[in-house]
Write a protein that binds this ligand. Sequence first.
Ligand SMILES: NC(=O)c1ccc[n+]([C@@H]2O[C@H](COP(=O)([O-])OP(=O)(O)OC[C@H]3O[C@@H](n4cnc5c(N)ncnc54)[C@H](OP(=O)(O)O)[C@@H]3O)[C@@H](O)[C@H]2O)c1
Length: 298
Amino acid sequence: MRPPARPGVARSSAPASAEPAAPASLLSDFSPDRFGVIGLGRMAQALLFPLMASGLVPRERVLAVVASEASVQRLAEAQPGLAVGTDPAAAWRAQALLLAVKPQQLAAVAATAPPPAAGAEPPLLISVLAGVTLGRLQALFPGRRIVRAVPNTPCLVRAGLSGLAWGDGIPAAERLWVQQLFRQVGEVLELPEAQLDAFLALTSSGPAFVALVAEAMADGAVASGLPRALAQHLAHRTLAGTAALLHEQALHPGQLKDMVSSPGGTTIAGLRQLERGGARSALIEAVIAAAERSRELA
Ligand SMILES: NC(=O)c1ccc[n+]([C@@H]2O[C@H](COP(=O)([O-])OP(=O)(O)OC[C@H]3O[C@@H](n4cnc5c(N)ncnc54)[C@H](OP(=O)(O)O)[C@@H]3O)[C@@H](O)[C@H]2O)c1
C-alpha cells in the first residue's frame, strides 16, 4: 500500500492525458520581489496563507487588494503585518499577481489595470476565476503573461486539485513556481485549456455532487434508525475512507463494488435500488451538464 496523501504533496498518479506537474522536488529560481493579490476572499486566502506559512511567498512581499474597508479591517486583525488595502495601484506593479475576484467583478478590476510598463518584463497574472478563458483574460490584460488555474474547494483544507492552463510566453521557471504555489493546497495537473470545462465539472462541481450523496446516505441511515449527527459523521467517514481505498490501492471502482457485494447480501440489494433509481446515469449526466454549462459561461 502506498503511503497516505499528505497536504501539499503532489502524487504522480495523474492519467496520461493530463500532464502531472513537474516533480515536487524541483525548485524554481523565479522569486518575485512583489506578489500582488487582487481579491483576498475565500479562495485567495486558501492559497495565500499556506504560501506565506511555507515561505514560498514571504508575507512582506505581498500586496493584497480587497473591495471594502470592512475586509481590510478583518484581514489586518487576522493577519498582522500583511499589506492589505483597497487601492490596486501598487499591486498592479508586482511581478506576479493572483487574480481571485468573482467573475462578475472582473470588469471593474480590469478598469484599474495600468498599461504594462514599456520595456519591462511582462508581469505574470494567475487567474482562478471560474469560466474565464485565457483569451478573455489576454484581451482584458494585454501585455501580461497569463495562467488560468482551476482550483477546487477542497483546497480550503489542503486536499485540493488544481488544473493549470498556460497562456503564451511563460518561461519554465515561472511555470515551476506556479506549480509549487498550487501544490501547497493539493495536487496539480497541467491541461490543455479545452479540457478545463470537463476538469471543472468533475473536480469543482463534483464536491457538490458528492455532498449530495453524503446527505442522502445519511438520510437513509436516519430513516433506518440512526441519530442524525452520527449518521452524518458516518457518511463523511465512509466517503473519505472509500476514496482513500480507491486511490491508495489504485482500485477500479467496479473492483471495489464487487469486493463488498456478497451473493444475496445487503450491498447488492442496495446497489439494485441505485440502478433502479438511475443513480449512475444521473451522476454521468450531472457532470456532462456542468461541463456544458461551463462552456456556455465562458
Ligand atoms: N471558493 C472556491 O472554492 C473557489 C474554487 C475555484 C475557483 N474559485 C474562484 O475564485 C474566485 C474568488 O472566489 P471566492 O469564493 O474566494 O470569492 P469571495 O470570497 O467573494 O472573494 C472575492 C474577493 O474579491 C474582492 N473584491 C471584489 N471586488 C473587488 C475589486 N473591484 N477589487 C479588488 N478586490 C475585489 C472581495 O473583497 P471584499 O471582501 O471587500 O468584498 C473579496 O476579497 C472566483 O472567481 C471563483 O470563481 C473559487
